[in-house]
Design a protein around this ligand. Sequence first.
Ligand code: GRF
Length: 192
Amino acid sequence: MNEPLRVGVLASGRGSNLGAILDACARLEFPARVVVVISDRERAAVLDRARAAGVPAVFVNPKDFADREEFDLALVRELERHRVGLVCHAGYMRILSAPYVQAFTGRALNIHPSLLPAFPGLHAQQQALDHGAKVSGATVLQACVPVLETDTEETLSARILAEEHRLYPEAIRLFALGKLALQGRRVVVDVS
Ligand code: GRF
């Protein structure tokens, strides 16, 4: 069997998506392993989750760097030190600068709690409610969920999150198997 894909995860918060990814990686046949988790927040629960799973957990302090680019270049160095083949952003709450994006073009995934391009930015679930959308969902791959009349931001977020936890490991699996191809803005999935 080929060496599993080396995955780095960048996250700022509680890390439930990291949890779903780690659960998938714990299966012997899964073609990827998380080799480092990096956060811009020292006390983020995601770092505790990584440590509990025996994965290197690294806090990189934005205040230690002159500007966004310098900080992002430190992230690139850390990811490269761990020889990651794919970086997964899972609730990472900072804008990424051009040098970072260039370093990982074609080998980065992000997750967002709406059906992009609808409702980008913060509070995507509340935006869906405010617009009266009847469906919303998650994007890494995409899945949709109903929006109910009775939904609050919390209940809709929970419904979407369940899809996120299913989609993210599946996206990583497909990437590891070479089944995702970039065509401009489009990601084409090889379903053969
Ligand atoms: C998820 O809803 C993700 O889509 C968004 O931030 C949330 C992160 O949740 N970008 P968690 O930290 O993985 O639990």
